[in-house]
Write a protein that binds this ligand. Structure first.
Ligand code: TYM
Length: 329
């Protein structure tokens, strides 16, 4: 059976970008494939969280995974640092990862711009750790948002390189995957780029309706179209993209027509968009708190997940060690 794997870094509450770019796919895939979903807490160390923040954020993401409908009976849900085999495979893959290619990765260049005072080696080798996450379970489909595509290309390259170096056909080449469509980029509310946690342009799964309405009503727009079928500015295009994701097709069509005939009132569109987001997120938000506070349940989920993840990971690591030439006397 095809193996699906993906993860999210615990850096705070999850936002609509995480949800529609990745998490929604996890939920749809868990009953069809053998799925591994994890919390990438080792990856989050590149930004030096405090111990309290690290632990709290892992709990938050875990509670939000479960509130969104990830089913611990169907999928293997685990925390990256609970599976030490990943770190060993990371070390082994580092020997076949070249500094030049890592330096050229777009995500690395973005991080260097974002945190120029903390360009640590973990940041440079971030894609190697991500490759270890994926290859340790020999996953072939990786549901992620568009920004992660370069990392999947690197993972496929390392799988190929390992196979060539040791003349084996061991690791499959995984691909970035979106359930039925192309990879998604959920834009932010500030008229530029993608929705993200640090950008301050996002709606979080845990936001209450009042907050959602306020954020959407203050989203950036423009002065409005003055000729029919006018090209949209990025800010307005972004609002339509978010509407495409959460609203009914009829609703989107209605506002597109209003735009094309220059009759649109952005206030009306935003009110509708806010209500559609509230409707979508309310059942999720209502579950988050309960799960977050249910320590016994969280412990049980992680316990079962860790055991299943380590079983698969240790098998791969044993085989990789054998292929490389670490053999018992
Ligand atoms: P992270 O934590 O930045 O984001 C988690 C997932 O959410 C997606 N995403 C978005 N998708 C669409 N639009 C957006 N605005 C948006 N913002 C975030 C991301 O594409 C991602 O799928 N490196 C990964 C975590 C990771 C991983 C892995 C993923 C570590 N190991 C192995 C897959 C497989 C990351 O930083 O994602």
């Amino acid at each position: 059976m095809e193996i699906v794997l993906s993860g999210i870094r615990p850096t705070g509450n999850l936002h609509m970008g995480n949800y529609f770019g990745a998490l929604q796919n996890f939920v749809k895939m868990q009953h069809q494939y053998k799925c591994y979903f994890f919390i990438a807490d080792l990856h989050s160390l590149t930004t030096h969280p405090t111990p309290a923040d690290l632990h709290g954020n892992v709990r938050t993401v875990l509670a939000e995974y479960l509130a969104c409908g990830l089913d611990p009976e169907a999928a293997t849900i685990f925390v990256q640092s609970d599976v030490p085999e990943i770190s060993e495979l990371y070390l082994l893959l580092n020997m076949n990862a070249y500094i030049g290619e890592l330096e050229r990765t777009t995500t690395f260049k973005d991080k260097v711009r974002a945190q120029p005072d903390n360009v640590n080696a973990g940041l440079l080798t971030y894609p190697v750790l991500q490759a270890a996450d994926i290859l340790i379970h020999k996953a072939t489909k990786v549901p992620v948002g568009k920004d992660q595509k370069p990392h999947l290309e690197i993972t496929a390259k390392y799988a190929r390189r390992f196979n060539q170096l040791y003349k084996v056909d061991y690791f499959p080449e995984p691909e970035a995957f979106n359930f039925g469509e192309s990879l998604i980029k959920v834009p932010g509310l500030d008229g530029s780029g993608k929705m993200g946690k640090s950008e301050g342009n996002g709606i979080f799964l845990a936001d209450d309706p009042k907050v959602i309405r306020k954020k959407v009503m203050s989203a950036v727009t423009d002065a409005g179209p003055t000729v029919s079928n006018q090209d949209m500015t990025d800010a307005v295009k972004n609002l339509f993209t978010i509407m495409d994701i959460v609203s009914a097709p009829d609703t989107v069509l209605h506002f597109r027509e209003k735009y094309n005939t220059c009759e649109i009132r952005y206030g009306d569109m935003k009110k509708q968009l806010a209500e559609d987001i509230v409707t979508y997120l309310t059942p999720i938000r209502e579950k988050i708190n309960d799960i977050y506070n249910n320590n016994a349940y969280l412990r049980k989920v992680v316990g079962i997940g860790t055991e299943k993840a380590r079983e698969s990971a240790s098998k791969t690591l044993r085989e990789v060690r054998e292929i490389i030439g670490f053999r018992a006397f």
